[in-house]
Design a binder for this molecule. Structure first.
Ligand code: IPM
Ligand code: MG
Length: 355
């Protein structure tokens, strides 16, 4: 089959890691007889430098017309002085909003090969860990009205949710739970926030459609503590845009390195955007150091969720596991007695093991 993919490498290590994911996808195409057509577009700091705006219309149009988008990372100190709407991060929010990608799946998986990289005691973590965070992505405080009020020297950001926005992401949470251990934790701050209380109402309603799933609620402050105290109690966590942003960084550390975690941003249709959850790491850009695995695993998620190529997705995941089993590691997941490799070598190794 033919698939049109827009790549948006972005800034910092973005181009380094996207190159390796493209290499792996091409190998999948070769072996499984698919054609992946790649078109590269600019967004983020590089788009500011080239066109004077973080998200050019041309990039939005190309992404909308594509079968899916593979994104590297955006941002860096070079653009830190810019105001809210001119910042590279605006490109990410713009794409999520324009493509209506309201559900962000962030699996935090500790692979047994990387057990030593987990900072928690072995008796807490056991043999492995597998949590899925479903983060709402196109509403909440990220998209609410914000501004400054000069007359009283203040600033404000608005946290807003309507029932439809809550319902559609909760459904993704429930559907995901159905495919896993049938356990869903809705994380909020219902002791304070009115939006959280609305989330709970909608969650109770939605739960009626999923009687097999056991649902519970947890305050976000408690959840951030429980993730460290007893992470194994979680299966699927569904939460708001901002809480999901924070909790997914925390959960990523349980897996040893933020360089391992993939993500999928999905909407109503099959078009999705796939990106590692880490940032642009400008200090190591272009040095052949960055770990491409999170991006390669994001490409695997693209195969699974947008193209329904389950076999091919597993082939990529298996290749990653095999390379880790063989002891190859980039600098961020280095340990004793392993084989240190760079970004390009890691990409080559994974591509070479696609079966
Ligand atoms: C993420 C990032 C982004 C976010 C930033 C770069 C805008 O932290 O994808 O988690 O906050 O959503
Ligand atoms: Mg984040």
């Amino acid at each position: 089959m033919n698939f049109r993919i827009v790549t948006v490498p972005g800034d910092g290590i973005g181009p380094d890691i996207i190159r390796e994911a493209v290499k792996v996808l091409n190998k999948v195409g070769e072996i499984y007889n698919h054609k992946f057509e790649f078109t590269e577009k600019l967004a983020g700091g590089i788009a500011i430098d080239t066109y004077g705006c973080p998200l050019p219309q041309d990039t939005i149009d190309a992404c909308k017309k594509s079968d899916s988008v593979l994104l590297g990372a955006v941002g860096g100190p070079k653009w830190d002085h810019l105001g809210g709407n001119d910042r590279p991060e605006k490109a990410l929010l713009g794409l999520r909003g324009e493509l209506k990608l309201f559900a962000n799946l962030r699996p935090a998986v500790l692979h047994k090969q990387l057990k030593e990289a987990c900072p928690l005691k072995p008796e807490i973590i056991g043999d492995s860990l597998d949590i899925l965070i479903v983060r709402e992505l196109t509403s909440g405080i990220y998209f609410g009205k914000r501004g400054r009020v000069a007359s009283d020297n203040s600033a404000f950001d608005t946290l807003y949710y309507n029932v439809n926005e809550i319902k559609r992401v909760l459904k993704v949470g429930f559907e995901s739970a159905m495919k896993r251990k049938k356990k869903l934790t809705v994380v909020d701050k219902a002791n304070i926030l009115e939006t959280s209380r609305l989330w709970r109402e909608v969650a109770y309603q939605t739960a009626k459609e999923y009687s097999e799933v056991s649902m519970d609620f947890m305050y976000v402050d408690n959840c951030s503590m429980q993730l460290i105290r007893n992470p194994k109690q979680f299966d699927v966590i569904c939460t708001t845009n901002m809480f999901g942003d924070i909790l997914s960084d925390e959960a990523s550390m349980l897996t040893g390195s933020i360089g391992m975690l993939a993500s999928a941003s999905l909407g109503e249709g099959t078009l999705g955007m796939y990106e590692p959850i880490h940032g642009s790491a400008p200090d190591i850009a272009g040095k052949n150091i960055a770990n491409p695995i999170a991006t390669i695993l994001s490409a695997a998620m693209m195969l699974r969720y947008s193209f329904s190529l389950e076999k091919e997705a597993q082939a990529v995941e298996n290749a990653v596991m095999q390379v880790l089993d063989e002891g190859y590691r980039t600098a961020d997941i280095i340990g004793n007695g392993v084989n240190p490799v760079g970004t390009v070598e890691m990409g080559n190794l994974i591509a070479g093991r696609i079966k």
